[in-house]
Design a protein around this ligand. Sequence first.
Ligand code: UDP
Length: 403
Amino acid sequence: MPKLADYISVVTQPVIDDLRLLADKLRGKVIRNINSTAVGGGVTEILNRMVPFLQELGIDAHWDVIKGGERFFAVTKKIHNALHGATERITDDDLEVFIRTSKDNMAEMDLSGDIIFVHDPQPIALIEKKESNKWVWRCHVDVSEPQRNIWDFLMQYIPRYNAAVFSAPSFSRPLPVRQFLISPSIDPLSDKNRDLPDDMVRTVFDKYGVPLDKPVITQISRFDRLKDPVGVIDVYKRVKKYNDCRLVLAGGTASDDPEGLQVLEEVREAAGKDRDIHILLMPQNDLDVNALQRGSTVILQKSLREGFGLTISEALWKAKPVVASHVGGIPLQIKNKYSGLLCRSVDGAAFAVKQLLNNPGYARKLGENGREHIRNNFLLTRHLKDYLLLFLSLFHSEDVVYL
Ligand code: UDP
């Protein structure tokens, strides 16, 4: 696993020096991250990298995962969809399951530490065990237009936190606690993002039975309706009328996402017998994801809603041309026609993909701009600095923050 010093070549020495200076002020503090899965999805991706770096910086960082049964995760998935604006019927029984599971976790988990850093709604109720330590709620979801009753339910808990963190300015909501805007990040030196030799990329395409004989359009995402995998197939079908190409839809599922297999079935049905559509049910394999992104001609992310969309940062870091929906945190990463193309419909996405396939020079330029945009804004080192500043601010007066 890379050490902080290894990042000097990517972001320069002063950036790393800054991190060490800030971290010195937090040396020995216990910071406990809590989320709902150790496998799959963007939050896990970030914690996997963030926690070891906090430790290297001398902070006593931990990561714990709440436990829950099938019913609990079915309810939290409904809550997730409802926060993203979908209409979900969440019954009193559902909320009862949520509260009961939260209480079981409160009884079992060690909630001591200087800062308890709670990620997303699943563990939000643990705040009931707050003592004199600091608690932060880190919301990774786009809550700009939540289903009202579910937001009200969460508002029983949010004001008890010392602060809330959102990924994009458009997600912030009127709250009686301090809010921080901190966007996620990728690790440029992880297996998911580091440079790979071309022959390794080809080997991975071979392994999955995807010939590199024509342009490849790829979306890598959990099989989740909000990622619109069926819409991706519609985009591909429209493009295919004019440009011969292949489609790769690759994804695993997260242990806290019970809908994955059902969505996968819908995707298989939509793909029919088209041999140029490759549906890859991937094991958690960072090098394979890296290679698939690198070997693709165009990366698509046709999400209907999106918290941030790490897959976009990952693709741009590889200087790939990206077509992605104008939702959630995606416009932070893609400035339309500068670092990628934004779309608002299947037709718009198909038009953008065709444009890129027909203009390789333009596609290359967008990818190069995208890589620099990610270097300047969405690498792990910037994210670490933001978190260190956030942690420090918690120990200062609520009115004036001296950093
Ligand atoms: N991912 C993966 N394998 C898969 C599907 C996704 O490793 O089969 C990774 C992807 O590369 C990214 C993360 O999971 O790092 C997904 O994060 P994102 O913010 O795009 O979406 P989320 O799943 O959190 O909604």
